[in-house]
Structures are given as structure tokens and as C-alpha cells.
Design a protein around this ligand. Sequence first.
Ligand code: XMP
Length: 521
Amino acid sequence: MAATRSSNLDDTFYKAADDFFAANSKVGLTYDDITLATLYSQILPRNTQLGTTLAESLHLNIPVISSDMDTVTESRMAIAMALNGGLGLIHYNMPERDQLSQVSRVKYHVQGLIQDPIKVAPEQLIGDVLALIEEKRFGFSTFPVVDGKGKLVGLLSGHVVKPRYATKKVMEALTPRPQVHTITKKELGKDPIARADKFFTEHLGIHKLLVVDDEDHLHGLITMSDVERITQERKAQFKPARDAQFRLVCGAAVSATRNAFGELDRERILNHVSGLVERGTDVVAVSTAHGHSQGVGDTVKVLRDAFPKLPIIAGNVTSAAGVEYLADCGANAIKVGQGPGSICTTRIVAGVGIPQMTALYLCARAAAKKKVTILADGGITKSGDVVKALTLAHAVICGGMFAGCTEAPGEVMEIGGKLYKQYRGMGSLAAMKAGSAARYGHDKADTTRKLAAEGIEALKESVGSVDRVLAQLIGGIQSGMGYLGAANFDELRTKARYIRVSPAGQREAAPHDVVELKTGN
Ligand code: XMP
């Protein structure tokens, strides 16, 4: 007789999505209101597949996206996200040309290639270089030497950057150009790390390789230690998310910009997105607080007509009708979430928004009909929330989870012996004045009326690198999939069974009745 793997008794209590949400249609539910029931499993967490396809030409190796917020995603964050297999959406609270260069930095990021290495000039004194190292606290003392036009003159080796040579000029101490090992960008080819790895093996004792163009202008520096670290990392389970040309994937947010007459500024939107596409942007996100609106729909239509193959994310919505509308306008992936964010006050200020699990359920069913995908945006505070979200959505968008990371924009500040970074809502007054007012249907130049803020300015504790935060998240997602016997997200979505949790059940779910010595992470 086969061992029992399921029971009718369980089915009375633990319901599949359609039955569960229909039975709870009178109340809006969010992550902590529910829990997932375990199922018989033959799946080990480490063997689960975390790949997700958001649009025909947009595939991620992990289902995590960093939010298009000005305290979360610029090029450094987008690079870190893509290197881990996810995606960063570069925010639009900056001049368009700056956003274009942010995208370029991601698309031309060669892992291990320091694109803009610290350089010194031939006329400088070794003493000046020592002072620079001291002031900036550099952990290295070898520098490329370039002339006023950026042409390579030589390499200043750490062996000569010593106080005893302080009064000597760099030009007297450098290793001259003919003896410096260089490679052109073209020679680096499609897999620069493999190429550099080969170079270091063939050139005994050489630890630095300079990258130049055909006119000998310096374009970068590759160090042996970086190459060794990356070669190690390549054995990691999750590969970087790359485009067909082996570049990291990158997304950018755009707004439904209006002209002085309050009409949609089609020309400006098209110019902006053309620039983004030229730079290699893999997906644009039409990011607003109210996606089920004419302005957002028309923006998506304009973009769909002009760029038939470009993956478009649009939002935000919390209704089936909102998903259907944006899908009909041409969006591929739809952001779901109004007011769940850790810095959001939309529900308090405007009195609208739907708790996330209920919103995701309705949107997921509409999305399946329209053959589009949905992204759970906001309110994620732990990996368990991600697992719950992914029973309905194709990826999650997180702001607060990443705002304290080293790669988020902004400085670390020390308060009372603890380290923090700034995190603010895009609907906070400060962010709207910096440019995001259109996202909330306001005009930043409108000084006669007070902007109604729908977000706050806050601090997040500094949490180190994105790699570290993602490792925790991914570990949790895989663990959840193991408990549900789901090898991939299709299986997670079909297998999930839910039950509501009482307030006592919520208390039971967190550490309780102990003195906590160390947090879980
Ligand atoms: P988390 O919870 O990850 O949420 O910090 C990030 C998401 O919140 C949205 N967002 C806002 N929503 N007012 C809002 O109501 C705001 O000022 C605001 N700023 C960001 C956005 O969807 C983001 O991804």
C-alpha cells in the first residue's frame, strides 16, 4: 500500500487560492494574515529553480527586483541586482541624461573591470599620492599614470609609493608605458574574466592588467584578486541576469509626463524611452501610484506602438480591471500594490489601497486571462512574505529590504552608535520636489497648492551588501518551496494552500517567550 501523501481532512481546512480567497472575499488580507500549508515533498530546497519569465525577452534568474526609488536604485544597485540574477529599476528622480548614463554604467559594467580607476598624473609628487591614499583611505597603492588627455603614460607601482621617495615626481618613479601590460576592450571579448584569467596565468607575477582603446586612452583596470574572486563566485547557483549580448540586464522607470497644457507629452516620453532603448535598457517601467488611469494607459499605448518588442512594466494597480486595462494597453508585467510599502501613507492620506494578498489574488487571475505577469510591489519585510507573494505573482519588488544596503544611493550616517541610510517614499514631499510629483498626480512646479504627501522620509539600518541580503531572501524562498514540494514557481503557484492566522497565531509565528540573543540573520 502506498504511503499517504494527502488527506481529505486537510482539504477542509487548507484551501487552494480560488476557494480560499472566494471564502475570504469580505476582508482584505495581507502577508501576515495567512500562512501556507506544507505538502508532501521530494524537493530539496537547494534543488529548486528560481528562474522567472516576466515577458518574452525578459527572463530573471531570481524573482527579485529593486524598486525604482531615489534612495534604492541607481547603477550600483542595478549592477548588484543583475549580478545576483535579479533586476534593478533605475528611478527617474533625476535629469533624463543622468538616467541614461546610469543605464550605460549597468550595461557596460564588466564584472571585475574597474571602469574608472583612480589615476595619477606624471607631474604629481609621490608625497601627493601618499596624502591621497591617506585622505581617501585607499586599500591599494598602485595607480595607472595618465596625461591630461587620458592617455596611458605608465604604471606607478606600490613598491615605490613610500615616504622615502616623497619628494620624487611620479614620472621619475613609474614603470614606463612600453613595460606596462595592457589589453584592448575588443581583445577582452565576450568573457572578459576568462580572458583576464588566462592573461594572469600566462604572465607570472603580474597582478594588474590595464584596458585601453586603440588610441591608448585608459578605459579600465582588472586585478588578479578580483578575477579570482569572480571565478569562485561563478560556481554559485544563480547566474547573473544578462541580455543576448552578455550584458547585465537593466530596467528604467519613466513617468506619464504631461506638458504645460496638462496633456500627455508624447514627444518627450518617446524621446526619453528612445534614449533608454539606445543605451540597451531591457525593460521600462511606467511607474505611477494609480496605474488604472488614462494617462498611464495612453503612455503604455504610445510606447507599445513605438517599441513593439520592448518589455513594458506598468502600474500600480490593485484590481482585476486595472490589470486588464494595462494589459490591453500593451503592458507585459503589471505592478500590484497601493499603499503596502514601508514608507507609504497612501492608505492613510487618500483612504485607498488593498492589502497585498487579496490584491495579488485578483490581479493574478486577471493576468492569467490576459497572458501577462504580475509583480508584487511593496510591503515585503521577510523572506516568508516573498514565498507567499510568489504563490500568486511572478516576482517581487522591494524598496525597504535594499535601502540599507551599501549599493543604495546615499551616505551611511551614525546615530547613537548605529549606522543608518536614508530611505524615503517617492511620494514624500522631499522626493516629489526632487521630481517624482507626477507619479502621484501632482505638479512639482505648482507652488500655489500644497502637495499632499503620500510617503514619509525615514532611516533604514545599514545592512551591508546586496549579496548578503539576497542570500538570506533566496535561502528563505528555497526553503518555502521545499516545504510545499515545489520544484519551480509554476508548481508553487498551483500547489499553494492557504489558511488564515489568528492574532495569537501571528504572535506564535515570531520568536516568543525567550530573551533573544541573536536575530535570525
Ligand atoms: P517597501 O515596503 O519595499 O515598498 O519599502 C516599496 C514600494 O512602495 C511604493 N512607494 C510608495 N508608495 N507612497 C506610497 O504610497 C510613497 O511615497 C511611495 N514610495 C514608494 C513603491 O511601489 C515601492 O516599490
